[in-house]
Design a protein around this ligand. Structure first.
Ligand code: ATR
Length: 273
C-alpha cells in the first residue's frame, strides 16, 4: 500500500491519520498514513527520509506550511496565492505543492452549512499563515468587501497588498473596529484561542445574520465561539468541518477519488464538540 504522512509540530493530537484511514476504508484504497513530528529545523531531512522510504504524499501543518512552499519544485496557483503549502505529492522524484485549506473552508461553509457567501461583508481577524491560506478562496467564493484586522497592523497591510484587490480588501486598525459597521461573516484566523484567549471585539460587529467562524477546533475554538454566541451570532462554526474538507481535497489529489465527508465529520463532531 502507498505511504502518506502529516508533518507538523506539535503533531501528536492530529486527526489527519484517522480521517485519511476512514477515507481509505470508504473508497477501498489501501494506504498507510502516519504522523511525523518535525520542526522547522528538522523538516527538510525528515521529508527526504520519508521520500526515501517510499513516501508519496504528505499533509503539512503548523509551523511548516511556508517551508513546504519553499521546497516544492512546482506549486499550484492557489498555493502561490496563499504563500503556503498544506499538501505535497511526490511525482518523478520531486515534491509538488498545493493548498487545499481555502477550498476546504469554502466547501464546509457552503455545502455542509448551506451558507450563501456571495456579497457577505466579511471581517477577517488575523493575518498570519492561517489567514493567508483562506483569504483568496473567500474572495473567489464571492464574498463582498473584506476587512482585515490584526494585532500587528503591518501584517494586515501586507496581506491586503498581496490579495491585490484594493477596491474590495481593506486593512484596518483594531482600534477602528467599533466604526466598521456590521458584518455577515466574521472569521477568527488568529492563534489566540490556543492560549485560551480571544481578541477583544465589539459586539456591534455582528449583523443579525452573521456567521462567526473559528478556523481552529476543540478547546482552541471555545473562547471566540463563546463570545460570538453570546453576542448573537446566527451561526458559530468551528474549524472541524474545514479540517475534514481539506483532507478530502488532498485525498482526491493523491488518489483521484473524492471521498464522502459526512460520516467522518459526524463522528469527529460527536467526539470533539
Ligand atoms: P497561524 O499559522 O496560526 O496563522 P501565525 O502565522 O503565527 O500562525 O499567525 C498567528 C496569528 O494570530 C497572527 O495574526 C497573530 O497576530 P500578530 O500578527 O500580531 O502576531 C494572531 N495572534 C496570536 N495571538 C494573539 C492574541 N493573543 N491576540 C490577538 N492576535 C493574536
Amino acid at each position: 500500500s502507498s505511504h502518506y504522512a502529516v508533518f507538523g509540530h506539535p503533531v501528536a493530537h492530529t486527526l489527519s491519520p484517522h480521517i485519511h484511514a476512514a477515507f481509505g476504508r470508504q473508497t477501498g484504497i489501501a494506504l498507510r498514513y502516519e504522523a511525523i513530528d518535525a520542526t522547522l529545523a528538522t523538516f527538510f531531512d525528515a521529508l527526504e527520509a520519508f521520500a526515501a522510504a517510499g513516501g508519496v504524499g504528505a499533509n503539512i501543518t503548523l509551523p511548516l506550511k511556508e517551508s513546504a512552499f519553499a521546497l516544492s519544485a512546482t506549486t499550484t496557483e492557489r498555493a502561490r496565492r496563499a504563500g503556503a503549502v498544506n499538501t505535497l505529492a511526490r511525482i518523478e522524484g520531486q515534491w509538488h505543492g498545493d493548498n487545499t485549506d481555502g477550498a476546504g473552508l469554502v466547501r464546509d461553509l457552503t455545502e455542509r452549512r448551506g451558507l450563501d457567501l456571495r456579497q457577505r461583508r466579511t471581517l477577517l481577524i488575523g493575518a498570519g499563515g492561517a489567514a493567508r491560506g483562506i483569504a483568496p478562496s473567500l474572495l473567489d467564493a464571492g464574498i463582498g468587501e473584506l476587512f482585515i484586522v490584526n494585532r500587528t497592523p503591518e501584517r494586515a497591510d501586507a496581506l491586503a497588498d498581496t490579495l491585490g484587490q484594493p477596491g474590495r480588501v481593506h486593512p484596518r486598525y483594531l482600534a477602528d473596529l467599533p466604526s466598521l459597521g456590521e458584518f455577515g461573516l466574521m472569521i477568527n484566523a488568529t492563534s489566540a484561542g490556543r492560549d485560551g484567549r480571544t481578541p477583544r471585539l465589539p459586539m456591534s460587529l455582528l449583523g443579525s445574520r452573521c456567521a462567526a467562524v473559528d478556523l481552529s477546533y476543540g478547546e482552541a475554538a471555545i473562547p471566540f465561539l463563546a463570545w460570538a454566541r453570546a453576542s448573537g451570532a446566527h451561526e458559530a462554526i468551528d474549524g472541524l468541518g474545514m479540517l475534514v474538507e481539506q483532507a478530502a481535497e488532498s485525498f482526491a489529489l493523491w488518489h483521484g477519488v473524492r471521498p464522502h465527508t459526512d460520516a467522518v465529520y459526524e463522528e469527529l463532531h460527536a467526539r470533539h464538540a
